[in-house]
Design a protein around this ligand. Structure first.
Ligand code: NDP
Length: 313
C-alpha cells in the first residue's frame, strides 16, 4: 500500500465516488478514504427516486454500493479510514489517517459532506427511516395527501415547508422563537400558504406512534410560567435546523464561509490552496442533492487532472 499518491479523495458520498470514477479513468490512480460514514448521508435514507437513471428508484445503500463498485472497476483504491489532520502548507500535501498513518498526495479532493443537525431527541433515532427525515426533496414524496411537520425557522425550513405543501395536505412549521429567521420573501411565501400552519414558540420534545411516526409532543412557550403541553398528529417529521459541513480539520488552511462551508472558485472546484479541490455538500449550502454532488465530483476530478498536467506531476 503506497503512502505517496497522485490523487487523494477524502469522503465516500456521491461526490467522492464520482470524482474517483473520473480520476481513475483519467489515470490519476486515486486513493479514496471512506471516512466515518462509508457511503455518506444516502446510506441513512431508504428509497432514492430522484437520481437519474433509476426509473424504479433504488435504495440509498444500494446506490452507494453501485458507485463504489464503479469506482473500483476503474482501479480506485478504496480504503477504510478517516482523515484526522491535514497539512496543506507543504508539497506534496500531508493527510493523516486515523491519527496514525500519513499519506502524501499531489492533489487532494475534499468530499467530506455535511451532516444534518438533529434536535437530539431519543425518538429521532427510534423513528429513523420511519417518518423522521432531514431532506424534504428526498422523502417528501412518501407523504402525499398526509400531514407533516417541519422544524426550523430559517430559509431551509421555509423552503422545505413550501415544497412539502405541494405534496402533503397539511404542513406544520414548528418554530422555537416568536418570529422566523428566513428571508422576507420566504417568510411571505409560508405565511400566505393556506396549507402551512406556523406554530411559533413551540418546541418539539418527543414523537409517538406504533409502527412509525404518528405525532409530535410539543411544548408551547417552554420554560415560561404559561407553558403548555400539546400533541399534533403527523405522519412525517422533517428537521430543517441547519447542516454542519464536515470541515473541522481543514479550517487552518482552507477558506470557509461563515457557516463553515468550503469556498470554491465557481465554476471551478478550486479552493484557496492550489491543488486542493472541494466537491459535494461540503462546498454546497444550497442544493445538497446526490446528483448535484455527483456533478461537482466530476468537475473536481477534471480540475485535479488539469492541475497535475499543468504542473507536470
Ligand atoms: P439557519 O441557521 O438559517 O436556520 C436554522 C433554523 O433552525 C433557525 O430558525 C433556528 O432557530 C432553528 N433551530 C436551530 N436549532 C434548533 C433547535 N435545537 N430547535 C429548534 N429550532 C432550531 O439554517 P438554514 O439551513 O435554514 O440556512 C442556512 C443558510 O443557507 C442560511 O444562510 C440560509 O439563508 C441559506 N439558505 C438559502 C436558501 C436560498 O437562498 N434558496 C435556501 C436554504 C438555505 P433560531 O432562529 O431560533 O436560532
Amino acid at each position: 500500500m503506497s503512502n505517496k499518491v497522485r490523487s487523494l479523495i477524502i469522503g465516500s458520498g456521491p461526490a467522492g465516488y464520482t470524482a474517483a470514477i473520473y480520476a481513475s479513468r483519467a489515470n490519476l490512480e486515486p486513493v479514496l478514504y471512506e471516512g466515518m460514514e462509508p457511503g455518506g448521508q444516502l446510506t441513512t435514507t431508504t428509497e432514492v427516486e430522484n437520481f437519474p437513471g433509476y426509473p424504479d428508484g433504488i435504495t440509498g445503500p444500494e446506490l452507494m454500493e453501485d458507485l463504489k463498485k464503479q469506482a473500483q472497476r476503474f482501479g480506485t483504491d478504496v480504503r477504510s479510514g478517516r482523515a484526522t489532520a491535514v497539512d496543506f502548507s507543504v508539497r506534496p500535501f500531508k493527510v493523516t489517517i486515523d491519527n496514525d498513518q500519513v499519506i502524501e498526495a499531489d492533489t487532494v479532493i475534499i468530499s467530506t459532506g455535511a451532516t444534518a443537525k438533529y434536535l437530539g431527541l431519543k425518538d429521532e433515532a427510534k423513528y429513523a427511516g420511519q417518518g423522521v427525515s432531514a431532506c424534504a426533496t428526498c422523502d417528501g414524496f412518501f407523504y402525499r395527501k398526509k400531514k407533516v411537520a417541519v422544524v426550523g425557522g430559517g430559509d431551509t425550513a421555509c423552503e422545505e415547508a413550501t415544497y412539502l405543501s405541494g405534496l402533503a395536505d397539511k404542513v406544520y412549521l414548528i418554530v422555537r422563537k416568536p418570529y422566523l429567521r428566513a428571508s422576507q420573501i420566504m417568510q411571505e411565501r409560508v405565511m400566505n400558504n393556506p396549507k402551512i400552519e406556523i406554530l411559533f414558540e413551540h418546541n418539539a420534545v418527543g414523537l409517538f406512534g406504533e409502527k412509525g411516526v404518528e405525532g409530535v409532543h410539543l411544548i408551547k412557550r417552554m420554560g415560561e410560567p404559561d407553558e403548555e403541553k400539546l400533541d399534533i398528529a403527523v405522519d412525517g417529521f422533517f428537521l430543517a435546523i441547519g447542516h454542519k459541513p464536515n470541515t473541522e480539520i481543514f479550517k487552518d488552511f482552507i477558506e470557509l464561509d461563515d457557516v463553515g462551508y468550503i469556498r470554491t472558485e465557481s465554476p471551478y472546484t478550486k479552493t484557496n490552496v492550489e491543488g486542493v479541490f472541494a466537491c459535494g455538500d461540503v462546498a454546497d449550502p444550497i442544493y445538497r442533492q446526490a446528483v448535484t454532488a455527483a456533478g461537482t465530483g466530476c468537475r473536481a476530478a477534471m480540475d485535479a487532472e488539469r492541475y497535475l498536467t499543468e504542473k507536470g506531476l
